[in-house]
Design a protein around this ligand. Sequence first.
Ligand code: AMP
Ligand code: MN
Ligand code: MN
Ligand code: MN
Length: 287
Amino acid sequence: MLNIDLHCHSNVSDGVLSPADVVARAAANGVAVLALTDHDDVAGIAAARVAADDVGMTLIAGVEVSVSWGGQTVHIVGLRVDPTHPELAVGLHSIRLGRIERAKRMAADLARSGIHGAYEGAFDYATNKQMVGRTHFARWLVAQGHAPDMRTTFKRYLTRGNPGYVEHEWTSLENAVGWIRASGGMAVIAHPGRYAFNARQLHLLLDAFRALGGEGIEVITGSHHPSEYGKFADLARAFSLKASRGADFHAPDEGVDIGRLPALPHYCQPVWQGWPELAPHFSPSMA
Ligand code: AMP
Ligand code: MN
Ligand code: MN
Ligand code: MN
């Protein structure tokens, strides 16, 4: 089976490896087709492409866009986007500006709980100073001894009802899908199992997403427990959405490694079906 991983992060967002090192790690793990999908930024794509060309890997230009929908944050992955497209670039830039303002409010909220210096602390962990996020705060909180690991940090801090969490208005679902499509890409709902929606709300999201031209949904992701794969594969089929697979890799010592998840269930229609970049991997000698 061709190892295809369509969701991962570099230090352009909240991963720890450079784009080139993410590609090298994917290659070492046997990944043949990789999408780099940094949060709200495509600045890593060029370097990732150079590294991928060097090792003969197929690099898909991607992004993970932060959206507010139904009172929750929803992530929309864009695959095969044009990273130079002005509409996408301007839209992503507007989200990054909002992140800086949010970081100030997060730090102020932590200060109210007696944790001081979080703004500067989080920024120290952000390579891309425009792309500061909760992961950078969490790494700083762990380093400061406020929690033993990332998992515990997100249980105690930075999540709804806990210190460091602030409401934030991301962009709309319509904008995110619109920018991705304007740049020639395919929109995919990231890790649907992570959202605190009931079944009715999730179905409304999928309907709205489809109506806007969204095409895919992640079925196999590091955010899903293996017992959830079947449910989301069934949902993809019921809503005529194509299925995606990606580890959502961030760091060697956090979460799932690149290219190490199971394959899509056989009855799923993969998002990559018909992609011209994959043709070399299906040459007659390999058929
Ligand atoms: P942000 O976009 O700044 O709100 O940060 C969201 C990121 O925080 C996600 O992409 C994950 O990398 C990370 N994250 C969120 N929840 C958790 C969690 N429970 N455990 C570990 N990382 C998390
Ligand atoms: Mn992340
Ligand atoms: Mn996400
Ligand atoms: Mn992600």
